[in-house]
Structure formats: structure tokens, C-alpha cells
Design a protein around this ligand. Structure first.
Ligand code: C5P
Length: 394
């Protein structure tokens, strides 16, 4: 779920992590959200309201008695908010919120909120573990408040312990994934292949390509967030696999084919983002090949086209099949040819120059019903567009 056009109130509590609330506000803005900030009196001792005012273009609210909003600032803010994020949520703020106190602008806004609330606690580990904080955490959780963190890390006193505020990008992720999630793919199982394949020449050398795995991992994470059961079949990558998905690590195209074949009876849709090597060495030598003459010729044999095989052998319309086409020229033309040749439902066509290793991309969705040229967007947004198409075909 994207945060674009979401209206978020960030309530800043009085702790040293308040400086990270500045980065959180920027991060939410980068993701397209509209942000307004409310601060407790002690938050203002750590960060100046003017910082938030400058970043959001809206006055940061610090006072329940602000003459610009006679008596109603908290009502106004709560009504405007699609979600309220409290960061940092101090032990004191959690305690007061759990009791329903409403004696400053942050607490009063929480008290009249009817949109979801996400808290990012930050405090010393001893405070986090204190019986009273445990009680307040339980109380707030049962009131429906979401939590992001705290995490293990360096605290203000130099110790390394549990109590550090979750990183701003991770808080924004939780907001998008948990608080705003549209779980419209519940009950659907989606297999995503991702990354490159590595085709071994000998124990130390292989043939591969520049696929980073980012697009596939974005599809897997987005499908998970929308409630699907996800099976991720991935070649070796250097990025972390998304949590909460069944991951099968493979190396070569043949291994990938085997992993997909064994999962096949369970799946409703397959998204082949993997850059499967078209050829592999005719022979993978058990010992390292020694250098010899000035030139060397490698004999390669064709790998199975996993996607084309799936298209050829599927019965009826299941599973829904989505392929990728990355080309250096005539991207849409080749995309359409692949749609027909491989007998798939959708081809995501993009140019090699905008694909590899980046977080954003630009693609054309080539389907039987026509082409849809999409504007530049993040891989997560593209993933959601693809999932929308899959949903329509299920
Ligand atoms: O034909 P081309 O390799 O350009 O097709 C790309 C699409 O086909 C991708 O979805 C890729 O995952 C899939 N593919 C495959 N097996 C191969 C080669 C490509 O499944 N051997």
C-alpha cells in the first residue's frame, strides 16, 4: 500500500529520539503523504517546532490554546488525520495515552482520534521493561494501537539495549503495510521467481547476469502485504529476502525449474521476474579449469524456458502467468511477441537502462486487451499494478 495522499498527523513526544521524528516527517513526505505535526511541550525542548513547520509547510502545533484554532485544534487535527503516528512514544506519553489524558495537543488529538494510531516507542530499556510500561503497552494494544519497535541499539546513555526508536523508513513501512493494508489477496497463493540464475562452469566460475532481485522481492512483499500466501523462488542476491514469505533459494535455471514445478499444484498465479539464464555451460567441470591458449571457446546449451513451458502445459486459465521482458530496444514489440509465444496473461516490458539494481522503474503492461504505458514509479508501486491485473484475472 502506498502512502500517496494519505493525511498523517505525526505527534512528537519528548525524548532524545525526537530528532529522528524530523527524518520520519521527511520520509512520509517523500512517499507522497501530507503531514501535520503536533508536539508535546517536552518535545519542543529537543527539536524546534520551526523545523517541522518548514518541512511540512503547515505550522507545527504545540499548544492546545493556539489562538488560530480557538479551542478546537485537536478536533480539527483528529478529523483531518487518516492515521496518527506517535514518534517517539515516550513512557510518559504511553502512560497518559493509555489513561486517556487530553491535556496537551498530542494527547487531546489522540483522545478524539477515530483513525488508526501507530506508536514508535523510544526509552531506556529499564523503562520499557518496567511493569507500568508493560501494562500500558497491553492496554494500548488492546485499544487497537499499532506499534513499530522499539529495537535493539545504542541508547542515549551509550548502552546498547532494547529501547531505541525504530528507523523512520521502517516506521513508514509498518504504516503502509499494517495500518493501511488492503488485504484484497487473502486466500490467493502467488509464486514469485526473482533474481538471476548462476550457471556453473567449474567450482569457482559461473555465468550470470545483473539482476538484483529487487523487482521480484517488491512483488513478493506487496503480495504478502495484500494478504496473499507467497512462495518466493530466488536465485542468489545481495538484498534481504522479505519477511513472512516462504522462500526457496536456488542457484541454476534447472534448480529454479524444479522448485517451481514442486510448488505448482499450490499456486494461483506465477510472476516470473527472475532473469533466468538462457544458456548454461554444456558441462560443469568438477575441477577448476586451468588457463591454456590465447583464446577459449565455451560450449553452451539452452536452458529450459520455464515460463514458456508453464504457458504450454497449463490447463485452462490457471495459474495466471506474468512474464517480464527486459530489452534494450523495441521493448513493447518484443513484449507483445513474448505474450503470444509464451502464452502468458501479461508481460511487463521495460528497458534494460531503467531496470537493474534501482528502486524505481518505468514499464509498459502488455496484455491481450492492449498496452498500458505506466509513468515512472517505485518497484513497489509497479508490483501493486501487476497484482491489480492478476486480481482481475483470478
Ligand atoms: O525470452 P526472455 O528471456 O526475454 O523472457 C523473459 C521472461 O521469461 C521472464 O519472465 C523470465 O523470467 C522468463 N524466462 C524463463 N525461463 C528462461 C528464460 C526466461 O522463465 N529460460
Amino acid at each position: 500500500m502506498t502512502l500517496r495522499d494519505k493525511q498523517i498527523v505525526v505527534g512528537v513526544g519528548g525524548g532524545i529520539a525526537a530528532f529522528k521524528a524530523v527524518e520520519l516527517v521527511r520520509e512520509l513526505g517523500r512517499r507522497g503523504a501530507k503531514v501535520r505535526v503536533a508536539m508535546t511541550a517536552s518535545a519542543c525542548r529537543f527539536v524546534g517546532p520551526i523545523t517541522f513547520t518548514a518541512l511540512t509547510g503547515e505550522p507545527a502545533l504545540t499548544d492546545l490554546w493556539d489562538p488560530r484554532y480557538p479551542g478546537e485544534v485537536h478536533v480539527e487535527l483528529a478529523r483531518w488525520a487518516h492515521a496518527i503516528v506517535i514518534a517517539p512514544a515516550t513512557a510518559n506519553l504511553m502512560a497518559r495515552a493509555a489513561q486517556g489524558f487530553a491535556d496537551d495537543v498530542v494527547l487531546a488529538t489522540l483522545a478524539c482520534a477515530n483513525s488508526p494510531v501507530l506508536m514508535a516507542p523510544a526509552m531506556h530499556e529499564r523503562m520499557w521493561r518496567a511493569a507500568a510500561t508493560r501494562r500500558n503497552l497491553e492496554r494500548l494494544t488492546s485499544d487497537g494501537v499499532h506499534f513499530a519497535g522499539p529495537v535493539q541499539g545504542a541508547l542515549a546513555d551509550g548502552s546498547v539495549a532494547l529501547g531505541r526508536m525504530q528507523e523512520p523508513a521502517a516506521i513508514a513501512d509498518v504504516l503502509a503495510r499494517e495500518v493501511f493494508a488492503v488485504r484484497d489477496l487473502g486466500g490467493v497463493t502467488i509464486l514469485v521467481s526473482a533474481g538471476p540464475t548462476l550457471e556453473d562452469l567449474d567450482p569457482v566460475r559461473f555465468i550470470s547476469n545483473r539482476s538484483s532481485g529487487r523487482m521480484g522481492y517488491a512483488v513478493a512483499a506487496a503480495a504478502r502485504d495484500r494478504g496473499a500466501t507467497v512462495i518466493l523462488v530466488t536465485g542468489p542476491t545481495s538484498i534481504p529476502v522479505p519477511a513472512g514469505v516462504e522462500t526457496i533459494q536456488v542457484r541454476s535455471a534447472l534448480e529454479m525449474q524444479g522448485a517451481i514445478a514442486s510448488a505448482l499444484p499450490r499456486v494461483d498465479a506465477i510472476v516470473m521476474t527472475a532473469a533466468v539464464a538462457d544458456y548454461r555451460p554444456a558441462e560443469s567441470k568438477p575441477r577448476k579449469v586451468k588457463k591454456q591458449g590465447e583464446t577459449m571457446t565455451l560450449e553452451l546449451v539452452k536452458n529450459p524456458d520455464i515460463l514458456a513451458e508453464l504457458g504450454r502445459t497449463r490447463q485452462g486459465k490457471r495459474p495466471v502467468l506474468v512474464g517480464f521482458a527486459m530489452e534494450t530496444h523495441d521493448v513493447v514489440g518484443y513484449g507483445r511477441k513474448k505474450l503470444v509465444d509464451k502464452r502468458v496473461d501479461l508481460v511487463v516490458a521495460n528497458e534494460a537502462s531503467v531496470g537493474f539494481g534501482r528502486d524505481d522503474t518505468q514499464a509498459t503492461l502488455v496484455g491481450r486487451e492492449g498496452d498500458e504505458a505506466l509513468p515512472p514509479m517505485t518497484k513497489t508501486e509497479l508490483a501493486n499494478r501487476i497484482l491489480d491485473r492478476i486480481k482481475a484475472k483470478l
